[in-house]
Design a protein around this ligand. Structure first.
Ligand SMILES: Cc1cc2nc3c(=O)[nH]c(=O)nc-3n(C[C@H](O)[C@H](O)[C@H](O)COP(=O)(O)OP(=O)(O)OC[C@H]3O[C@@H](n4cnc5c(N)ncnc54)[C@H](O)[C@@H]3O)c2cc1C
Length: 471
């Protein structure tokens, strides 16, 4: 290779969730591992500016929301209000602890850690921006994602906020306009609204949260509007203008009419894109998908077999447990340990709004696409003991099974703490359980979880009585 450099079995470019999981696994396999991370802070998106800070603040806002409904639960007192600076202080303390722990893990001597940005010199060589050169038999790209700003007229010339800014907010903006209807947009729109900001949310498609059923999205849309969020769907964004007084004018079409809104807090939550711009991928001829994600096979190998990609830069699902599993898969596959290819038929997804949305496995149409006959059953939370006594009546649970085998293949839950409730069904889907299998378990009364027994009983009965025979 001609250039002086350090040699490793495995170089991991990006020490976030995917990169750390891969490095840890390769180390356990006895490999010589380098982790390269050029981020200002070490720990990755989940800990620093993703899952953990957002869920810390969202939980604060949920507690505040409940406290503000004190009269409903039978107590009096002045309505509490948000103290954003205090919420931030708590968030910083919580995140510091997680981040310190991750840094310790990265610096404990199991890996050689390089605090620099890296890019490819050739398929086995990484140049660091501090001048060092690393060589390895196998390389993982796990560089994550960055905020995406779509090419909308004027947007880049206007001051806008991103999720990073919202997660660091230590004052209460009077009003804000949220662009987008994805997970981050919805979670943080409701957070802003609950802490006292007047929120208008603009979404292009007919429904928010496109990965979920229309029924699930509709429940959340109603809940948002009931809480006072001005949610407009079917919006076509036209242009953005930075006005003299400092506000931004957002012009859009809605229901055939041209409208505009002036805001001093424009929150661009229109998504993220893979962080691959400065890696020199063109130089080594690496293929990317139209979405910008690095193309991989199901073992996360790129089109150059000695180079792997995992996490947000590879997709297809930008969530932490997928990033971790992909990272572990990479290390095992790269170093000859038998490992199942990645597959997403059991995929678990949670949206931390209130009500929360959670789903696992296949939808009805995905079951049909695989040549099976789906059968479904559902039950609403406004007819369930525990949710009624908790005043948590939004939503429902739904189950989808394959009629022939009886196996539960998918489930959806919209409710308070749906992200917790979905896990019993995640286990069922992963283990290929039938409704009768699940009904062998105890379901404690009164709990939110016991609601699953109603659709389980319906499906168990339907499976035991073939469609053409009287029940
Ligand atoms: C607001 C928000 C909330 C979220 N909430 C959730 C949630 O509740 N649950 C969930 O599952 N997911 C959530 N996510 C998504 C989740 O955070 C990501 O999917 C996950 O963190 C991605 O991990 P990763 O390892 O791919 O990337 P990252 O953790 O971003 O790691 C990439 C690392 O690469 C480094 N890097 C980049 N380029 C280079 C380079 N050239 N050289 C060296 N280092 C480089 C960066 O410094 C960074 O440390 C959320 C995301 C956001 C934005």
């Amino acid at each position: 290779m001609g250039q002086k450099g350090k040699d490793f079995d495995f170089v991991v470019l990006g020490g976030g969730s995917a990169g750390y999981a891969a490095a840890r696994t390769a180390n356990e396999l006895g490999k010589k591992v380098a982790v390269v991370d050029g981020g200002r802070e070490l720990s990755g998106l989940c800990i620093l500016r993703g899952c953990m800070p957002s869920k810390t603040l969202i939980y604060s806002a949920e507690v505040l929301h409940l406290a503000q409904k004190g009269d409903l639960f039978g107590f009096r007192g002045e309505k509490p209000v948000a103290d954003l600076a205090a919420m931030q202080k708590r968030k910083r303390e919580v995140i510091q602890e997680f981040s310190d722990f991750r840094k310790e893990q990265l610096e404990d001597g199991r890996f050689s850690l390089f605090r620099a940005n890296g890019s490819f010199l050739d398929t086995n060589t990484i140049a660091l921006d501090d001048g060092q050169v690393l060589r390895a038999d196998k390389i993982l790209i796990s560089t994550g994602s960055v905020v995406h700003t779509p090419d909308l007229p004027g947007l880049l010339d206007c001051p806008f906020k991103t999720s990073d800014d919202v997660l660091d907010l230590d004052y209460l903006p009077e009003e804000c306009v949220v662009l987008g209807g994805g997970v981050v947009a919805c979670e943080l729109a409701q957070f802003l609204s609950r802490v006292g900001c007047k929120v208008t949310q603009l979404q292009r498609s007919k429904h928010i949260l496109k990965g979920f059923s229309d029924e699930a999205s509709t429940v959340l849309e109603k809940a948002f509007r009931t809480e006072g969020i001005d949610l407009l769907t079917g919006v076509s964004l036209q242009s953005f203008e930075h006005l003299k007084g400092g506000a931004t004018r957002v012009s859009f079409e809605h229901k055939g009419q041209s409208r505009h809104l002036d805001t001093r807090f424009l929150f661009n939550a229109l998504g993220r894109k893979p962080a691959t711009a400065k890696l020199g991928l063109e130089k080594i001829g690496m293929e990317r998908l139209p979405s910008g994600h690095i193309a991989t096979n199901a073992h996360q190998q790129t089109t150059i077999p000695s180079i792997y990609a995992a996490g947000d830069c590879a997709g297809p699902h930008e969530i932490v447990h997928v990033a971790i599993k992909q990272g572990e898969t990479v290390a095992k596959h790269a170093f000859g340990v038998s490992v199942a290819p990645m597959q997403y038929d059991h995929l678990l997804t949670v949206v931390f709004t209130d009500p929360q949305l959670a789903r696992v496995g296949l939808t009805v149409s995905e079951i049909r696409d695989r040549g099976m006959e789906p059968i479904s059953a559902s039950y609403p939370f406004d007819d369930h003991g525990k949710s009624i006594l908790m005043e948590a009546k939004w939503g429902y649970v739904a189950l989808h099974a394959d009629r022939a085998s009886g196996r539960i293949l998918g489930a959806e839950c919209v409710s308070k703490d749906a992200g917790e409730l979905i896990h019993s069904l995640s286990v069922a889907v992963a283990l290929g359980a039938t409704p009768s299998d699940l009904l062998k378990a105890d379901w404690y009364h009164p709990t939110l979880s016991e609601i699953w027994t109603y659709p389980l009983e319906d499906l168990a009965e339907e499976i035991s009585s073939p469609p053409n025979e009287p029940a």
